[in-house]
Ligand binder design. Structure first.
Ligand code: SF4
Length: 369
């Protein structure tokens, strides 16, 4: 997306049919729009504030607008989704299923910690990459999200927690670099309209040929996280079928270029699968691949799903793998998926909603918004 298409009609009664959702528009674009509707320029600032800070879901919610004009523009699409389902995990992580205007369901996760509120956003409905270990990948692909549908996820979490979002990770459903235009537009809006630093935003990819270069050209200050999961091509192809078209050497060369162009560090995600990619030799191979690279490795012990037979390694093995990498001079940390108890890591909540018998502890709320 793109910024919303704003009608370029002269001042006259509200024209609603030519507007795309307002969410994603800058204050200047909103100011231009209100003026085209015959309203004073300061209403643009009010509209911006109500869209991004005060939770307006319809222009009729904006009580500072004159009653008559509010009625005229009540049907102008704002671009907010409806809450379909909300689940709270014992660790306070909150998972949301959001119903989009075409009825599709996407997943968003709010992850609070002492000093942060992180949102894990989706960039597509489903995902075409079909990674062998992933619940979302098992469900297929339906469509890309528009930028306003990505922005809406962050506003939903911010409003639910009544707390400013500090960090955003594109690690929900979908492959962000297959939807780069909407993702970049959303990142710019997060920064410009909601006040979230680009440095606090991470875009995660399994690697799409040519797209890391394309992302670099946007010169964002976001972090790039590349899902590696294996240090050799054959195993990587087993886990990520699309890797067949993107040799590991080329992927790493593109990551090096990304660091050069943007000045930003790349992090590598490595899902630890018991007996498959968690040996000492594989740790050594990974360290070797990343030697001399300005990077950081995030180890993610696997979050088991019913559809596949992969297993999570023991904590002892996770610690050992971390130690082997450290010994080899690789910067590394371990990240356990939060919300595990409520089946909410990467696509699991949405997948389990399609099979109600799999849901046991999840608290449902009816959709009012
Ligand atoms: S791991 Fe990410 S890229 Fe792979 S199928 Fe799942 S959502 Fe898609």
């Amino acid at each position: 997306m793109t910024s919303p298409a704003i009608a370029s009609s002269p001042a006259r009664p509200a024209q609603t049919e030519t507007l795309s959702p307002l969410l994603g528009a800058s204050q200047q674009q909103l100011t231009d729009w209100v003026q085209q509707q015959g309203q004073p320029a300061y209403r643009g600032k009010q509209l911006h504030q109500w869209l991004y800070s005060k939770g307006a879901r319809s222009l009729s919610d904006i009580t500072v607008f004159p009653k008559q004009w509010r009625a005229q523009v009540a049907e102008v699409p704002v671009g907010r989704s409806r809450l379909h389902h909300r689940a709270v995990a014992p660790d306070s992580t909150v998972k949301f299923l959001l119903r989009l205007t075409d009825g599709q369901i996407i997943e968003t996760v709010g992850i609070p910690s002492e000093k942060r509120l992180t949102v894990c956003v989706s960039s597509q409905v489903g995902c075409p990459m079909a990674c062998d270990f992933c619940a979302t990948g098992k469900g297929g692909f339906l469509r890309n999200l528009a930028a306003h549908e990505i922005i809406d996820q962050v506003l939903t979490v911010q409003e639910d927690f009544q707390q400013r979002v500090s960090n955003i990770v594109f690690m929900g459903m979908g492959e962000p670099l297959l939807n780069i235009k909407a993702v970049v537009a959303a990142v710019r809006s997060f920064n410009r309209d909601i006040g979230i630093s680009q440095r606090a935003i991470t875009i995660s990819t399994v690697g799409i040929p040519g797209q890391i270069q394309r992302l670099a050209e946007h010169r964002l200050q976001t972090t790039l996280a590349v899902s590696l999961h294996a240090a050799d091509q054959a195993l990587r192809e087993q886990l990520i079928p699309s890797a067949e078209r993107y040799p590991l050497e080329q992927l790493l060369a593109d990551c090096r270029d990304y660091v050069q162009i943007t000045g930003r560090r790349v992090t590598f995600e490595y899902i630890l699968l018991a007996g498959l990619n968690d040996s000492e030799a594989q740790a050594a191979a990974l360290a070797q691949q990343l030697r001399g690279f300005q990077s950081h490795v995030n180890l993610i012990p696997y979050n088991p799903i019913a559809e596949v037979a992969y297993q999570r390694p023991s904590r002892k093995r996770v610690r050992a793998f971390e130690h082997w990498l450290q010994q080899a001079g690789t910067a590394v940390s371990v990240r356990y998926s939060r919300g595990l108890e409520e089946a909410a890591a990467c696509g699991q909540l949405r997948a389990s909603q399609a099979q109600p018998q799999a849901m046991r502890k999840v608290e449902s709320v009816s959709a009012k918004r």
